[in-house]
Design a binder for this molecule. Sequence first.
Ligand code: NAI
Length: 326
Amino acid sequence: MFYRIMESKGKIGIVGSGLIGKSWAMIFASVGYNVVLYDVEEKQVTAAIESIARELKQFESEGTLRGDTLTAEQQAQLISGTSSLQECVQGCVYIQECVPENLELKIKVWKKIDEFVGSETILASSTSCIVPSKISADLNNKARFIVAHPCNPPYHTPMVELVPAPWTDEKTRASTRQIMAEAGQGPVSLSRELPGFVLNRMQYALLNECFRLIKDNVVTPQDLDVVMKDGMGMRYAFMGPMETIHLNAEGTQNYCDRYGETIYDVSSDSGPIPTCWKQESEEDKATVAKIHSMMCTTVPESELYNRRLWRDQRLAALAKLKRSMK
Ligand code: NAI
């Protein structure tokens, strides 16, 4: 047991100390919450705490540390670990569950957490794609259950989707939004649960068109990526598609008056969902294998790890630039 409580604005429990749990711990500590990490693997908690201290120091030296008032060392001191689930979740204002994406496991873990929590604690899951009603249906405290789905890596992509179950109460929806805004994690509130939430629905709509264009030999994957990274993505890094169209004409009404018919006609030409996602036929398998090998000419499989490190460094620099613009 290696549990430590300091002066703070409240206690947040993190259940699951892998990639996402670690990130949430750093995000909440950056604004002064006392964070307690738990994991079924005790050594995972120790490793997470050591790596958090290292990463916070590194972010501080690179100028990408989050939070306005606390140093890396002060933030690290707010984070501690425990090998007891009860000790992690008792007395929390907020709990963020970050165990692997498996419905049975999440139900089991939440049933245990449910036994220990107080009547005010917010219960949040990081799940990427399981709707909250499936995880929380049998919880005593289900009115305070919500999904808080981050983008990866959460520390440098400060957005979170808040997805309520049908029984999530208004207070939980509002308080979660407030905690996230305070932690600098731009909250996006959904009015109801639906498959893919918002981020993945947008991502998949885009990927469907990308796969159609590549499969039909209209464009190579490399050139298609240029359209995003040197074109659309330049403005999407600081402005969403809705504000983009609002500015691209004399407002959204004028944009629809001018371009609506064209958009409808082009969209009608787009075609159905590519079947290659399912890889059921030999043709679909060959399509995926071909796109994969085309991508490997840009990033060979042996280079994926290094390229991810490069990506995270670029995201950190972009996040720093965006903070400086505020
Ligand atoms: P991970 O595999 O890095 O970490 C999961 C941790 O949970 C491990 O340390 C494991 O030991 C621990 N664990 C397993 N069973 C447990 C139990 N019964 N009690 C406590 N801890 C337990 O997984 P990762 O990537 O951090 O994902 C966690 C959640 O976050 C998943 O639901 C995932 O879908 C979601 N998420 C992941 C993103 C990603 O890109 N990795 C992005 C957004 C959300």
